[in-house]
Design a protein. Structure first.
Length: 473
């Protein structure tokens, strides 16, 4: 696997990176395991100050970190700056709350004595992270597990190595141990070797279904705990009583943020019949008003896609969808710029036998469907193998919540743009993966929840229900 930064706006090869050697991998495993053994003996409070320091370094180096992301994968500079801010917020949140959330939990039990759950680190974790949010994706695993006491080895996407290096630099500049997070440029064969190593106790992956299946298989074969976030075809449901002006102002932003390259971005717009025509017309107008250009320019509103490969894949999906009967309502025209730009596109009349009906289109393409009832909207939303997130708009929040609770996804927002915050759990169901990141759920994803039952002295009467292990002879 070749690691290289190729600026998707200029198409310039900025820098290439060699794959990690076997000795570098072994050294990282050794350093990580040594740190784990030290952290086992420490309380989480000892690491809180270091994590706050890392948050401060992110804020102090905001422009440097943002530019690294723009150069790697082309996102708008202001969006990259916002990502750095979110990383700092996540670090501060877990520094502030991690120790309390990891405190022992007492259990009320019929057994005589005191019962509690103590939370201990598991060991070294393998992180496999994607290119679309090159720093946020790392931070949402790093910050909670730093507090837990699990050192991490990072395998980042092959097209965002500069972001991985920049993130690791913040750790090295802080007083946190360097082995807290070790970035290695790995092939997937090397990832499998690391997962199989006895010093590694967990795997966190965000990526494609294909990558998730491969890594989860390796983790399962080696009995390693793992979490998977594998993308989505999120529905944006507009009920018949929604404020269409507010909805349409949010809809285009929900689809085009990060050039549409977001696992949780709205990809299927399911609109009540009475609002369908107006919604389509307004979405087209907003799509037509975006301004492609230099992602470092504050006037640019449409960034290039992350790579030529990604652009070509999306183009093939759109062309195939149209060839199989979808209606091209707007877009799908070449943008006369050298970067990897894709014109925002709207598809309608996507029938169930069309491949696009079940595909995740990871770019600025919207599919719009008409629904004649709440139940039809729910059924359309749920007719997917993926189940990550979704949005429901209604003039009646209670009605919106009722519909939201019937959507088969891990997350649904009612009358709101989907957001990611450190106190909200992130994750999906079905082929979108399993497990959660961030919040208390993410913090406890890789802990040993150890039961401790303590009595004053040995007493056979303390055993609940009279269950005693005895020698039958």
């Amino acid at each position: 696997m070749a690691y290289a930064t190729v600026n998707p706006y200029t198409n310039e090869v900025v820098k290439e990176y060699p794959n990690a050697t076997a000795s570098e991998i072994q050294k990282a495993l050794e350093n990580g395991n040594d740190l784990f053994k030290r952290w086992e003996k420490e309380q989480p409070t000892h690491r809180a100050e270091q994590l706050h320091e890392i948050a401060k370094l992110f804020r102090q180096n905001r422009d440097y970190l943002a530019k690294a992301m723009v150069t790697d994968m082309g996102k708008l500079y202001r969006e990259a700056q916002g990502e750095v801010d979110l990383c700092a917020m996540i670090a501060d949140y877990f520094a502030d709350h991690g120790a309390d959330l990891l405190a022992p939990t007492k259990i009320e039990t019929v057994a005589t004595g005191d019962a509690q759950i103590q939370k201990h680190p598991l060991g070294v974790l393998m992180m496999v992270e994607p290119w679309n949010f090159p720093m946020y994706q790392i931070m949402r695993v790093f910050a909670p597990n730093f507090m837990v006491g699990n050192p991490m080895i990072l395998k980042h996407a092959s097209n965002t190595p500069g972001s991985a290096v920049a993130f690791e630099n913040m750790i090295k500049q802080s007083s946190a141990p360097d082995a807290s997070l070790q970035n290695l440029f790995l092939s997937y064969d090397q990832v499998a070797e690391i997962i199989a190593d006895s010093r590694v106790q967990g795997v966190a992956l965000t990526g494609s279904e294909r990558g998730g299946r491969s890594v989860a298989k390796t983790a399962g074969e080696n009995l390693k705990k793992n979490t998977m976030e594998l993308g989505g075809t999120d529905a944006f449901i507009v009920l018949d009583d929604a404020d269409i002006d507010s909805v349409t102002d949010i809809a285009w932003r929900a689809r085009l943020y990060n050039a549409g390259q977001v696992c949780t971005s709205s990809k299927r717009f399911i609109v009540a019949a009475n609002l369908y025509d107006k919604f389509l017309a307004k979405l087209k107008e907003n799509f037509a008003n975006v301004k492609p250009g230099d992602p470092m320019d504050s006037q640019t509103t449409l960034a290039p896609m992350n790579s030529k490969r990604a652009k070509d894949k999306l183009q093939a999906q759109v062309d195939d969808a149209i060839a199989k009967g979808a209606t091209l309502y707007y877009g799908n025209e070449k943008i006369d710029l050298p970067g990897q730009f894709f014109q925002p596109t709207i598809l309608t009349n996507v029938q169930k036998d069309n491949p696009a009906y079940a595909q995740e289109m990871f770019g600025p393409v919207a599919q719009v469907y008409k629904a004649n009832s709440d139940q039809e909207a729910i059924d359309l939303a749920n007719d997917s193998d993926l189940g990550l997130g979704g949005i429901v708009f209604s003039g009646d929040p209670k009605r919106g919540t009722k519909v939201a609770s019937q959507i088969e996804t891990g997350m649904v927002f009612v009358n709101n743009f989907m957001v990611s915050l450190p106190d909200l759990p992130f994750g999906g169901v079905k082929n979108s993966g399993y497990g959660r990141e961030m919040s208390s759920l993410g913090l406890n994803a890789f802990v040993n929840e150890q039961l401790i039952v303590t009595t004053d002295k040995p007493n056979m009467n303390n055993l609940a229900g009279g269950l005693v292990a005895t020698d039958p002879k």
